[in-house]
Design a protein around this ligand. Structure first.
Ligand code: FES
Ligand code: FES
Length: 915
């Protein structure tokens, strides 16, 4: 074999030589051969920009550059930006302006910005949009990235403070893990694994529905000596099934004689890298018997349709139901009744970090290092797959490069777990982009029919709705969606009588799971269209109609739950000035424009129950003081970019009464941290925030007891001592004199919170959530009526979050949610088998997300920590309704199919004109 020729280049200012095949891509050589894992790989195809580096000072996608091309040239990666241990001004700005959320796109963004700033130190916003247009971010909505680049070198923003003891909550504190994200030192799922780890690649079904048998793998082994194992369903030591709910484990880790969707894992090849990626799928002995798939909304529910699951007649997973009052009488008596039918498609999470991790067996235990949203659920799922007690599995989460619900379900975990357990060797797996998109869950496609009625004076009278949800091949989160949707179906309004039904059904399509909202964004499209229709029929301003009917504190929801916090009316109040100005502006534009471009404004409202529906979903946090005086928060709440690592420290620090900078954080590791539940359902700020606060308070109480001081005393950790000041009294606790506890700390305290929920009865009555978040958003759009294109020109969003634990994080969530909502409204549709990459599946780029004015409304929730409620999902739900309302205002076309792509809108405009 000929040795690879050396490639010599300058890397981050240092002469570097690497021996690599000339066509290997620079991104992989940097990461795998040279250990520069700050450069990320999100698509490996030139679509996402995560791999952006500077080549001779200009940005390039390192995944597209053969390494031979860098011979004699200058390469700079994110690791080359900081100098002498100091962040560059650009990195500093990213950190202080909150430009990094999950951080996986941050190195690419920084390098694109570095290219721009080198040529143009004071760019304008359009120049920033132009220069960063090749890098995708799925978290931030880009606004804080733009802000950071525009302010490089400016004095630090005054609002970013290092809060004093007791003042962390509510402060605009920078991320506790922000430095790692802007320096490229953060470790994600694909960044590290033992050098001797075997690689695993799943061979997946090319068919939507089929049975299969497996042939003898012997010839494959003989042909490929580097192939260590062909894993099949028979190799799974425990139960070959996983799922979200304790009693539903319907999705196999490896298919067992039957596949129900294209992309389902059939066997796993384990061996050295080049072998497992060198074997073609058609070399693997799988004998297929293909069946006609059952897909879409109608075929699975037709009489006599083939059954996907024997125990689910009619392909129906479950029904949901919420009802109150006599809705038929209410609608019969209503002065105005409107109806609509809307349909939405599959939507892909498109986090920039594909699924990745590695596993190893440690004695009779299994250790899995993986990107995830839910370490404890992963632990329990893996344990039952292997057939061992949960305590014998340890999940060590890496940083998570975006989740949005898609990393709640298992992906690589069962495969690497089984392989490492069976082979007793470390095994790693990194999904490629196509595999990630083809095999993992999506937003549920929906078809919703609903009627709303109101009185002549603009009061809601009754609502009747039915929502169908395609849950794909397996249950995943289908049971949650079928419950959440009826609870939220009317929107955040007081309605005297209502009935909402839902149905989740199976198809031979990609499983649908959790995606920022669990069906609520789809429901919001329907109820907000109906609100607009009623307002227009009545001749009442759309915003004022919503304000009149907004559910208020003290009123009962449709499930009979009395609300103690409900700030929708305040959200609408905050937006009213924009609404009036923008309405006047678009009307003036439309009077003078040429008729091809039309502008409109729209408003959308939403509500969202924080936490799991009608289930106990507790969080526990622990704080400990080590013998050396280090104070640590042990948090099981996984930070998926939303900032939990920062807000939990803020809550715990204030609970204890010390500066947040004094707190060390240990997060996620199931051996070291208690179970704080999943990062989902907008629950961490509310649920885990309470637990962190209570852990801090419990530790404080323990210290005050030791010092025999009053509640008002202050606590300070010094060298080897805890100093407690109670007025003029000063007591010092010698930490070394305290006996060590079993966990190694000398002081330890836990905080626990479980939201006060109750089950729903047969009529859907009960308290499904501890609290609800509320929001209103308005959008101004411009439509090219000849092309059917829509440009969101500006948006304003007001969100009632109870209390913003950290306003920077809240704003970032709002921006990011709006960007995803804009994608849902205008461009995102996952078509199984067709849009399985980031080239064909479009997500908003930096040029698509408009200027966003944010308003944080704080109507405190009595059971929340300092009043806080969730923001993760609420940020998205109102966006598509606001945009659709604006499209209608501009064109007269009521959008009934999301996304509203140019072809669909153009066809609707022509149909409306009667052409
Ligand atoms: S990884 Fe290179 S562009 Fe996506
Ligand atoms: S911060 Fe940009 S993808 Fe997460």
């Amino acid at each position: 074999m000929t040795a690879n020729p050396p490639v010599r280049f300058v890397l981050n200012g240092k002469d570097t030589t690497v021996s690599a095949a000339p066509i290997r891509r620079l991104a992989h050589v940097l990461r795998d051969d040279l250990g520069f894992t700050g450069t990320k790989v999100g698509c490996d195809a030139g679509d996402c920009g995560a791999c952006t580096v500077l080549l001779d000072g200009r940005q390039v996608c390192a995944c597209m550059v053969p390494v031979a091309q860098v011979e004699g040239r200058d390469v700079v990666t994110v690791e080359g930006l900081a100098a002498d241990g100091r962040l560059s001004a650009l990195q500093e700005a990213f950190h202080l302006y909150g430009a990094a959320q999950c951080g996986i796109c941050t190195p690419g963004m920084l390098m694109a910005a570095a290219d721009l700033l080198r040529r143009n130190p004071r760019p304008t916003e359009p120049e920033v949009l132009d220069a960063l247009g090749g890098v995708l971010c799925r978290c931030t909505g880009y606004r804080k990235i733009i802000e950071a680049v525009l302010h490089v070198g400016d004095p630090a923003p005054a609002q970013v403070v290092d809060p004093a003891p007791g003042c962390a909550v509510g402060a605009r504190a920078a991320k506790t893990d922000g430095i790692e994200k802007v320096t490229g030192t953060e470790i994600y799922g694909a960044d590290r694994a033992p050098a001797d780890a075997l690689w695993l690649r799943a061979v997946r079904s090319p068919h939507w529905s089929a049975t299969f048998s497996l042939g003898d793998p012997g010839p494959l082994h003989r042909k490929y000596p580097g192939l260590v194992k062909v894993l099949t369903a028979a190799a799974v030591p425990g139960n070959n099934g996983f799922g979200i709910y304790p009693n539903v484990k319907d999705q196999p880790a490896l298919a067992d004689g039957e596949v129900l969707y294209r992309g389902e894992a059939v066997v796993a090849l384990v061996g050295d890298h080049d072998t497992v990626f060198g074997i073609r799928d058609d070399e693997v002995p799988i004998i297929w018997r293909v069946r006609d798939p059952v897909q879409g909304f109608d075929a699975p529910l037709a009489p006599g349709a083939p059954q996907l699951h024997k125990d689910k007649p009619g392909n129906i997973l479950a029904h949901g139901y919420v009802a109150k009052g006599d809705v038929d009488a209410a609608l019969a008596a209503a002065d105005i009744v409107v109806d609509c039918e809307i349909e939405t498609g599959f939507v892909e999470h498109a986090y920039i970090e594909p699924e990745a991790g590695w596993a190893r067996r440690v004695g009779d235990r299994l250790e899995i290092t993986v990107t995830t949203q839910t370490p404890y659920m992963d632990r329990d799922e893996v344990a039952q797959l292997i057939g061992i007690a949960p305590e014998r599995v340890r999940i060590i989460p890496t940083a998570c490069g975006g989740g949005f619900g898609g990393k709640l379900d298992l992906s690589v975990q069962p495969l690497i777990a089984v392989a490492a357990w069976v082979l007793d060797r470390p095994v790693r797996c990194v999904y490629n982009r196509i595999e990630s998109m083809a095999s993992t869950t999506k937003r549920h496609p929906s078809r919703i029919r609903a009627r709303y009625g109101c009185t002549r004076d603009g009061r809601l009278a009754g609502f009747d709705g039915f929502a169908d949800f395609n849950t794909g091949a397996y249950v995943s989160w289908g049971l949650t969606v079928k419950d959440r949707v009826p609870v939220h179906a009317t929107g955040p309004y007081f309605v005297p009588a209502m009935r909402a039904k839902s149905r989740a059904f199976f198809t031979n399509e990609t499983p649908a799971g959790a995606f920022r909202g669990f069906g609520v964004p789809q429901a919001a499209i329907a109820h907000e269209a109906l609100m607009d229709m009623m307002a227009e029929k009545l001749g009442i301003d759309r915003l004022e109609f919503r304000h009149r009917n907004a559910i208020r504190k003290g009123q009962e929801t449709n499930t009979g739950q009395r609300l103690e916090s409900a700030g929708l009316d305040q959200c609408l109040d905050a937006l009213r000035p924009h609404w009036r100005d923008w309405t006047e502006a678009v009307e003036a534009f439309n009077r003078t424009a040429n008729g091809i471009r039309r502008r409109g404004v729209g408003v959308g409202c939403m509500w969202y129950g924080c936490g799991n529906t009608s289930l106990s979903n507790p969080s526990t946090m622990r704080m400990g003081v080590a013998p050396d005086g280090t104070v640590t928060l042990y948090s099981g709440a996984q930070d998926i970019g939303q900032g939990t690592n920062t807000t939990m420290v803020q809550a715990a620090a204030d609970g204890l009464g010390i500066a947040m900078a004094r707190l060390r954080l240990v997060w996620g590791d199931t051996d070291r941290t208690p179970d704080s539940g999943k990062s989902s359902a907008s629950r961490q700020a509310y649920v885990s925030g309470n637990a962190a606060k209570r852990a801090g308070e419990a530790l404080r109480a323990a210290i005050l007891r030791l010092a025999n001081c009053a509640q008002t005393a202050t606590i300070e950790f010094g060298r080897g001592t805890i100093e407690v000041r109670d007025g003029r009294l000063v007591r010092r606790i010698e930490i070394a004199a305290l006996p060590a506890l079993a966990n190694g700390d000398v002081l330890s305290a836990e905080g626990y919170f479980d939201p006060p929920t109750t089950p729903l009865d047969a009529n859907g009555q009960g308290n499904p959530y501890g609290t609800y978040g509320f929001a209103a958003q308005i959008a101004e759009v411009e439509v090219d009526v000849e092309l059917g294109t829509v440009k969101a020109r500006r948006m304003a969003a007001a969100h009632d979050v109870g209390r913003a634990l950290n306003p920077i994080q809240v704003e970032g969530q709002i921006h990011g949610g709006i960007a995803q909502g804009l994608g849902l409204a205008l461009m995102e549709e996952y078509m199984p088998g067709r849009t399985e990459n980031l080239h064909d599946y479009l997500i908003p780029t930096i040029g698509d997300v408009p200027e966003i004015a944010t308003y944080i409304i704080e109507d405190p929730e009595p059971t929340g920590p300092w009043g806080a409620k969730g923001i993760g999902e609420p940020s998205l739900c109102a966006t598509a309704p606001a945009i659709f309302g604006a499209i209608h205002h501009a064109t007269g076309v009521r959008v009934t199919r999301a996304p509203c792509t140019p072809d669909r809108l153009r066809a609707a405009i022509l149909a409306r004109r009667g052409k």
